[in-house]
Design a protein around this ligand. Structure first.
Ligand SMILES: Nc1ncnc2c1ncn2[C@@H]1O[C@H](COP(=O)(O)OP(=O)(O)OP(=O)(O)O)[C@@H](O)[C@H]1O
Length: 253
């Protein structure tokens, strides 16, 4: 059952494929207990988004089980949604819907019973302040920049009250100021929640992460940043064209 004090994710012997000849996950195991930040690194098309969808019950694995906060949620998005919320990649978001940031955040607050009556406006304002969206949260999504929309999507995920957040490439298309803001938000929020994020830019979160996962059609390695940030392990995910300079990852050629 949900336990806000001790969020946890357990992936047990999970196999998933869209096409039987191309396994995205093969007998994967991963366990993360307690709050903190987990950075998932992996090249394009390596299955990171698919992994998130399996964790969120949106895709049912062919074998294995997913537990969120101790409850089995395999292939069940309703159960998984009680524990975890997704901040999707900006490219996966429909921006043509005629809704405002305020409306989508308040809708989630009410439907998840995180507020009632007038307290919803206060709660909405609180979340908007947390993500620094005071100046534009009443605009339509279609009128927002990518960075503004990203913050609204983070507030929407927070509105669920979930103790586990999954952020899919939150830095993609965001300017340096916006990235710095998100890093700071992650650092603070990961004191209470378990946050998993995918990125191609590990340098932004490496110092704040309790775990780094090297991912390429499965979990290739995981551990603390010091254990993981070795050339050999990074080459397992990115191939031999990886260069590492002062803990920055470069893929050449
Ligand atoms: N609905 C689908 N049906 C069939 N194949 C899919 C589907 N979604 C993704 N794939 C394939 O699964 C593989 C992994 O895709 P996925 O989007 O999970 O990778 P990713 O690591 O998140 O990529 P990126 O870093 O580019 O976002 C890719 O080869 C992709 O083409």
């Amino acid at each position: 059952m949900s336990n806000v004090h001790s969020p946890s994710l357990v992936v047990e012997n999970v196999t998933f494929h869209y096409d039987e000849d191309d396994k995205i996950l093969e007998n994967e195991n991963l366990a993360v207990h307690g709050p903190g930040l987990v950075t998932i690194l992996g090249p394009n098309g390596s299955g990171k988004t698919t992994f998130f969808k399996v964790i969120l019950g949106l895709l049912k694995p062919q074998t294995g089980k997913i537990f969120l906060n101790g409850e089995e949620v395999t292939g069940n998005p309703v159960k998984a949604g009680r524990h975890a919320a997704l901040v999707p990649q900006l490219t996966a978001v429909r921006r043509d819907l005629p809704v405002t940031g305020a409306e989508i955040i308040e809708f989630v607050l009410r439907s998840r019973r995180q507020c009632s009556g007038k307290s919803c406006k206060e709660k909405l304002r609180e979340l908007v302040e947390i993500v620094g969206a005071e100046n534009y949260y009443k605009k339509k999504l279609s009128e927002m920049s990518g960075g503004q929309l990203q913050r609204i999507l983070i507030a929407r995920a927070l509105a669920t009250g979930s103790s586990i957040l999954l952020l899919d490439e939150p830095f993609s298309g965001i300017d340096p100021g916006g990235r710095e803001y998100i890093v700071d938000f992650l650092r603070k929020t990961s004191r209470e929640k378990l946050i998993l994020l995918t990125t191609h830019d590990p340098v932004l979160t490496i110092n704040s992460s309790k775990m780094i996962v090297i991912f390429n059609k499965g979990v290739k390695a995981y551990g603390s940043p010091d254990q993981i940030f070795t050339l050999d392990l990074l080459r397992k995910a990115y191939g031999s064209s990886v260069l590492m300079i002062e803990r920055c990852l470069h893929v050449v050629g």
